[in-house]
Design a protein around this ligand. Structure first.
Ligand code: PL4
Length: 404
């Protein structure tokens, strides 16, 4: 029999979100009672809005006609969608051939690792979306697993004390820096000055930033950057990923994109964009043509308004959760430009608080330690949920926190 990939042997036994789902199932089986409400996984709950949905329907309808049928398309995405993404989100700074349409940001995070291969130093914000670390370990990027951490991965603590902006003096040379703003899980958004420092540090250490902007559409303050490419110098040191998931409700439809600038080069001087094109055309067969038709509708005027309304809805939920927690004496951050509230339970273990909230309130949350060592004693509350469920969840939280 073939040997197991040693990199896989290094991975933690289970991925954060399936572990939460397992604990929920076990609790539900052992404790029948009122419905459990999830403020855990960042999964959209509201129906796709009419204009965007009409794009999906029309895309599917066309496939049943001789004139409208299409099979395999360009692996990089429908040209008009690439053009629209470039024009709407990166006007004058990114060209359509630097946009690669995909089946979602998470899938891109996994595939992008192929550009750099095993052994590359990886740096992450601590806490951060666990796919950056686990994906790096899969490819052998980060060395061996040891106890609660991975050797070879540099964790940069992002805490209230440092304004959720890490000390960049620890960056290794020639590595990848995963950076997420608005941040999952802390909800912190980096400003222009902070991203300028990040870009300077990347240039100094000859690193490439993989900037995850999956929540950028939740930013309402025009002074805050929605893309790293708004900052001078990013074109030669950064890749950006983004997603339609949270803004259009496409978590199940699957559509996202990556931006790989033509000016981005490896240490050898070769083009990263050329290699990304080679990878995408070889092991990816393009995003679904129906999903792309929905994406095109989302980027029309009516679709853009719908995206804004949907984000506002989730932001309002998030504000309600944050207000409830704060009224109960819990110190929180996030929630203004992201659908997550990051709540502090000093001196407690995250999984212990997770279990307590599940037992006392029948609410699912996400334990902060699942996002990295600095996340311990935090709980992430997600604002994705039906209004009535979020209201009920807030009532339960209020009773629990005020010990009524
Ligand atoms: C649960 C920072 C959620 N099973 O939908 P995609 O692939 O375009 O985007 C995934 C993604 C990318 N980048 C960031 C994210 O937070 C997410 C989605 N994260 C969460 O609760 O943290 C859903 C997670 C899903 C998963 O494992 O990704």
């Amino acid at each position: 029999m073939p040997k197991r990939n040693a990199a896989i042997a290094n991975i933690k036994a289970s991925y954060l979100f399936p572990e939460i789902a397992k604990r929920r199932r076990e609790f539900e089986e052992a404790n029948p009672g009122p419905p459990i409400i999830s403020l855990g996984i960042g999964n959209t709950t509201e129906p796709i809005m009419p204009h965007i949905n009409s794009g999906l329907i029309e895309g599917a309808r066309k496939l049943g006609t001789a004139e409208g049928y299409t099979g395999y398309g360009d692996e990089q995405g429908i040209p008009v969608l690439r053009e629209r993404i470039a024009r709407i989100f990166y006007p004058g700074i990114i060209a359509p051939d630097e946009v690669f349409v995909s089946d979602g940001a998470k899938c891109d995070i996994g595939r992008l690792q192929l550009l750099f291969g095993a052994g590359i130093p990886v740096t992450v914000q601590d806490p951060s979306y666990p796919v950056y670390v686990d994906g790096s370990v899969f490819i052998g990027a980060a060395g061996a697993f040891e106890g609660s951490g991975y050797k070879g991965i540099t964790y940069l603590p992002c805490t209230k004390e440092n304004g959720f902006f890490p000390d960049l003096s620890m960056l290794p040379e020639g590595g990848l820096i995963y950076y997420c703003s608005p941040n999952n899980p802390t909800g912190a958004v980096s400003n222009r000055e902070q991203l300028t420092l990040l870009i300077k540090a990347a240039h100094k250490t000859k690193s490439i930033i993989i900037f995850d902007a999956a929540y950028s559409h939740f930013i309402r303050d025009n002074d805050l950057p929605k893309s790293i490419f708004e900052i001078p110098g990013a074109g030669t040191c950064a890749i950006e990923i983004n997603s339609f998931s949270k803004t259009t409700g496409f978590t199940g439809v699957r559509l996202g994109w990556s931006i790989v600038p033509k000016a981005l080069k490896y240490s050898s001087g070769e083009s990263v964009n050329d290699d990304w094109n080679r990878i995408c055309t070889t092991i990816f067969n393009g995003a679904s043509n129906i999903a792309q038709a929905g994406g095109l509708a989302a980027l029309e005027d009516d679709g853009l308004k719908e995206m804004e309304r949907l984000c506002d809805f989730y932001l309002e939920n998030t504000r309600q959760i944050k207000t409830t927690l704060e009224k109960g004496g819990i110190s929180c951050t996030g929630g203004e430009a992201s659908p997550y509230v990051w709540a502090h339970f000093p001196g407690r273990e995250s999984w212990e608080v997770f279990s307590e909230i599940l037992t006392k309130c029948r609410l699912i949350t996400t334990p902060g330690s699942g996002f990295g060592p600095a996340g311990n004693s935090f709980i992430r509350f997600s604002g994705f949920g039906h209004k009535e469920n979020v209201e009920e969840a807030c009532l339960r939280l209020e009773r629990y926190l005020l010990k009524i």
